[in-house]
Design a protein around this ligand. Structure first.
Ligand code: PEP
Ligand code: MG
Length: 588
């Protein structure tokens, strides 16, 4: 186990997941047990703090020995051995020494110093190949919890408040961890797991804070409060930055800010190519609070509202009225532009809508997206009725996620029709011509797009999932992130197939996956015939400027050339060469 040297600058390179630069202390969140409060200890109280730690260890040891004795007297000695191992852990001089060093050198409170040391130790254990030893992790978490509870709360002890703003470092963050983190204090995210298309990355972009994911495993050994810089442009986390490094990043930040102001000034300009092809540019949102950013970004509507984030307010979807209120707000604030409300996309790697009695062996291929809605008709219809009710207050479309074939679409439409009949009978207004869109994000849907098109009003390609299912690469797994290729020939052929099938039926195709906001790929997508791009409000003004810099004719030639290439690198080079020619200053 290593702890970072106090002075040495160390750079970790990961995957840039959300642009921006931030400076601040690191807070670490560990898996398994919750973090105690962290605060600074004044020099003169260090000895007292060491004593608090020793006392907590002694109390815990005593409790464990008592427990062991009681268990021994009840059931013989086998089970009690486990407590013996726990006591031994609390006598491990190396671990105790590390905590004492952290209290002394970093002037951290004892609880936090202990927590930080233990979480490093636990991470090391979780990586042990031996399953028996790995399973002991839970026992150690148990001892840690017990010890943390045993710190006497000293009411008299007043501690200096730290500036709470921090960069959050974690092994991984679930969408709910990310969404429920205190945004006021959050300067950035850095995680060992994750990829550009993981939900944490998507949320970081929607919060407008830098994020770096897929960092080297040893990063988790960083001691809390280590000063750091996070560079979400190039995917770096720099610990103990030198003055020179700080200065460099201050300049980069200023330069980016200047560019942002220039782009913001153009946000109301039309998003047409130089030869007049109109590309609708809309925004992806997860929370209603983002609506003001949508307006500020110059977006022409909401191209994807991920309604599953409503699940964060409780363990289930809000009732029909509460949902209708949320969707009406979106409809009104986006008016006169279109708001595309996607029905619940729960399950898989996303928020669960209900806990299953058995864990799914393969959640990505399991009970998620439209499958969940179709098997919970009452819940599905509450949502459809709410969306329909909102359609009376603005231009609203409904969109179904993870459709894999025609029968799912027809079933979903059947539910929609029934909801319309009910609302009509109840005299509740709605738009009877509400557009119905299908997300194309399962390869089977792209291949059968010609079958879906006659029953759809538009297609929106969810490239995050489409890529993962096409090339069989988990979108959130950093170990295979190098295989996650948006320009894989199979992916671009599926996009083309979808666009063509839509066009043949007179419907439009957009992209709402993260590919839409990757400006290296804009020439390719426009050339493939995509006419709507839905992106995070943060990157929207930049994508707008990119569209205005491109000629459709040139994009079309690039896409046609790309479609006959045999590998992703060549296709990336083709689109990148147009990007570099037309908007070199906008590329990071
Ligand atoms: C996608 O899969 O590309 C998409 C937009 O949906 P999500 O990221 O919410 O799965
Ligand atoms: Mg998806």
């Amino acid at each position: 186990m290593v702890t970072t040297d106090l002075e040495t600058e160390i750079t970790y390179t990961g995957i840039p997941a959300s642009p921006g630069i931030a400076f601040g202390p690191i807070h670490v969140i560990a898996r398994g047990f919750s973090a105690p409060e962290v605060y600074a200890i004044p020099e003169e109280d260090i000895a007292e703090e060491q004593e608090r730690f020793t006392n907590a260890v002694d109390v815990t040891k005593k409790q464990l020995i008592d427990l062991q004795e009681r268990l021994e007297s009840l059931s013989g000695n086998k089970e009690s051995e486990i407590f013996e191992a726990h006591v031994l852990l609390l006598e491990d001089q190396m671990l105790l020494g590390k905590v004492e060093t952290a209290i002394r050198d970093r002037k951290q409170n004892a609880e936090y110093a202990f927590y930080a040391v233990m979480q490093n130790f636990l991470e090391a254990m979780r990586r042990i190949p031996d399953p028996y030893l790995r399973e002991r992790t839970a026992d150690i978490e148990d001892v840690c919890q017990r010890l943390l509870r045993n710190f006497a709360v000293d009411e008299e002890h007043s501690h200096e408040e730290l500036d709470e703003k921090h960069i959050l470092l974690a092994y991984d963050l679930s969408p709910s961890d990310t969404a429920s983190s205190n945004r006021k204090h959050l300067l950035g995210f850095a995680t060992e797991q994750g990829s550009v298309n993981s939900h944490t990355a998507i949320l970081a972009r929607s919060f407008g804070i830098p994020a770096v994911v897929g960092l080297d495993a040893s990063v988790i050994q960083v001691t809390a409060l280590t000063p750091a810089v996070i560079d979400g442009y190039s995917g770096k986390l720099i610990l103990n930055p030198s003055q020179e490094t700080l200065q460099k990043y201050i300049s980069i930040g200023e330069e980016k800010e200047k560019q942002r102001t220039q782009l913001d000034a153009k946000r109301d300009e039309a998003t047409n190519t130089t030869d007049g092809r109109e590309i609708a540019l809309s925004a992806n949102i997860e929370f209603l609070q983002e609506l003001h950013q949508v307006q500020r970004s110059g977006a022409k509507g909401v191209g994807l509202y991920r309604t599953e984030f409503l699940l964060l307010n409780g363990s289930e979807m809000p009732d029909e009225n509460a949902q209708a209120e949320a969707y009406t707000k979106v409809a009104k604030e986006t008016n006169p532009h279109l708001s595309i409300i996607r029905t619940l996309d729960a399950g898989g790697d996303k928020l669960p809508v209900e806990s299953l009695t058995e864990t799914e062996p393969n959640p990505f291929l399991g009970w998620r997206g439209i499958r969940v809605s179709l098997s919970r008709p009452a819940m599905f219809r509450d949502q459809l009725r709410a969306i329909l009710r909102a359609s009376a207050f603005g231009k609203v479309a409904v969109m179904f996620p993870l459709v894999s074939g025609l029968s799912e679409l027809l079933q979903a439409r059947e539910h929609l029709k029934r909801c319309m009949d009910e609302l009509s009978a109840e005299g509740i207004p709605f738009d009877p011509k509400i557009p119905v869109g299908v997300m194309i994000e399962v390869p089977s849907a792209a291949v059968c797009a010609d079958l879906l098109a006659p029953h759809s009003d538009f297609f929106s390609i969810g490239t995050n999932d489409l890529i993962q299912y096409t090339v069989a690469v988990d979108r959130g797994n950093p170990h295979v992130a190098n295989l996650y290729k948006p320009t894989h020939p199979a992916v671009i052929r599926l996009i083309k197939k979808t666009v063509d099938a839509g066009r043949d039926c007179g419907i439009w195709t957009g992209v709402c996956g993260e590919m839409a906001g990757d400006i290296r790929l804009t020439p390719l997508l426009i050339g493939l015939g995509v006419v709507e791009l839905s992106v995070s409000p943060q990157v929207l003004p930049r994508v707008g400027q990119v569209i205005r810099s491109l000629s459709y004719e040139q994009c079309l030639a690039t896409a046609n050339e790309a479609l006959v290439q045999s590998n992703s690198r060549t296709i990336m080079d083709l689109t990148l060469s147009i990007a570099t020619e037309c908007y070199p200053d906008l590329l990071d």
